[in-house]
Design a protein around this ligand. Structure first.
Ligand code: FPP
Length: 244
């Protein structure tokens, strides 16, 4: 019994914070003879299924990379479709988020998103922010380098105003200037569709995260694929640079 307790304490449980790079909507569409926009529509439907599947785990925070600072380079039609999918996702699922006690937050340079999206995001964070157990963060117009630059700007400003001296700055105090200083760093990053890169996602916060890559395209990343990723995480031995 004593042994079992000790094993339980050693084995990492579910990640407290899971970050996901949703990739492969375009390839999914191509394989099904559909347009890229239809691939994103299926991707958005899978976001909802994924949120439901996450209820089976103890994970408190989920961050989804839904639109990067680089995604503006896509065709006008695709950018427009992504923004309108986001709007309808928020319109259609607000009640579900509230009843499942999921708080919705958005991270990134939100001020540059179209007005209808900003309005819905503000409404959704207000309505879901009252009584919640879990948090869903949508990374929108998000870039890891932009986030670090934005933090550096705030720090430089405070230094200029004499509120902060450069030698006071530590990793801990620097991280207080990031977009969400009170949300713990992700423990696990999942990227779908076979690419093995970070693509400017949460560069500071992912420093010690476990990485999990799968060939599965985002619209096909279902309950059993999620379970595989979570099982893989449980087997990892996290040392944070130390030795065990
Ligand atoms: C990557 O696939 C996916 C995106 C750039 C956008 C993700 C957006 C959604 C799932 C829909 C809207 C979001 C929400 C939260 C409702 P890709 O186009 O890069 O795929 P490819 O690499 O196969 O071309």
């Amino acid at each position: 019994m004593e042994m079992m307790k000790r094993n339980d304490a050693l084995s990492p449980a579910d990640p407290r914070h899971l970050a996901v790079i949703l990739d492969g909507n375009g390839r999914w569409a191509e394989r099904h003879g559909l347009s890229r926009v239809e691939g994103h529509r299926e991707g958005a439907l899978n976001v909802l299924r994924f949120i439901q599947n996450m209820q089976n785990y103890a994970t408190e925070f989920v961050t989804l990379y839904a639109f990067s600072t680089e995604n503006w380079k896509r065709s006008e039609e695709e950018v427009h479709a992504l923004m309108s999918l986001l709007c309808s996702f928020l319109d259609e699922n607000l009640e579900t988020l509230v009843s499942n006690r999921i708080r919705l937050l958005a991270t990134g340079r939100i001020e540059a998103l179209p007005e209808p999206c900003r309005k819905r995001l503000a409404l959704a964070s207000e309505k879901t922010g009252v009584d919640f157990q879990r948090t869903l963060i949508l990374a929108l117009n998000y870039g890891g380098r932009s986030e670090i630059v934005d933090a550096a700007r705030k720090i430089a400003q405070e230094a200029r105003e004499g509120k902060l001296s450069p030698d006071q700055l530590t990793e801990e105090s620097f991280s207080r200037y990031l977009y969400f200083p009170d949300i713990p760093d992700p423990d696990l990053l999942i990227r779908t569709s076979g690419e093995m890169r970070l693509s400017n996602f949460l560069l500071w916060e992912l420093s010690y995260a476990e990485l999990y890559f799968t060939e599965t395209l985002w619209p096909d990343f279902d309950r059993s694929e999620l379970e595989k990723a979570m099982l893989s995480y449980r087997k990892r031995n996290r040392r944070f640079g130390g030795r065990k």
